[in-house]
Design a protein around this ligand. Structure first.
Ligand SMILES: Cc1cc2nc3c(=O)[nH]c(=O)nc-3n(C[C@H](O)[C@H](O)[C@H](O)COP(=O)(O)O)c2cc1C
Length: 164
């Protein structure tokens, strides 16, 4: 079972989770990024990103190397923005829609306390799937370390390692 984690992270929480998952599952890792970075400080951080998420924007991404045919399982990771997935991930899924069809899918989201369920549902809708192999929701795992996050991460990785 060859797997890859495809994620976007603005401030490092999703990156933290992606690295932990990669370590425990042996998955490859692809970090995507918009070619024009979102402001990551002050009021603009929430304004620009939030607006872009609400409007369902699909920003152009920096070049990346992704060979879908090499993978059986794709693990998507995203912060929650305005109860939605982040625009860079939306672009990635849109640009690779045909190649992603039929793949096994797992998801993880990082958030501060509201809207993760909605974001996961929107992600599944975008992928045109009803359910996925494994799902994980973490509360700011880098900025607010907790036993609960680590336990959930461990369980998620065990689920991933159990997929045939
Ligand atoms: C533009 C923007 C919108 C956000 N919207 C939400 C939200 O709707 N609900 C929530 O719980 N957290 C929200 N957050 C917080 C992030 O989802 C959370 O801090 C996440 O862990 C950040 O991941 P990162 O460090 O990988 O960027 C938002 C953050 C930003 C920058």
């Amino acid at each position: 079972m060859k797997k890859i984690i495809v994620y976007y992270s603005m401030c490092g929480n999703t990156e933290y989770a992606a690295e932990k998952i990669a370590e425990a599952t042996g998955a490859d890792v692809l970090r995507i990024a918009p070619d024009k970075a979102y402001p990551d400080k002050g009021a603009k951080k929430f304004l620009w990103g939030g607006k872009s998420a609400v409007f369902g924007n699909r920003p152009k991404l920096l070049p990346y190397d992704f060979k879908a045919e090499e993978y059986d399982l794709i693990i998507f990771g995203t912060p929650v923005w305005a109860s939605n997935i982040t625009p860079p991930l939306r672009t990635f899924i849109f640009d690779n829609k045909d190649a992603l069809r039929g793949k096994k899918i797992a998801l993880f989201t990082c958030f501060s306390g509201g809207g993760a369920d909605k974001a996961s549902e929107k992600l599944k809708k975008l992928l045109e799937i009803q359910s996925c192999e494994a799902e994980l929701v973490l509360v700011d795992p880098k900025d607010k370390p907790s036993e609960e996050n680590e336990e959930k991460l461990k369980n998620f990785c065990e689920s991933i390692n159990g997929i045939n």
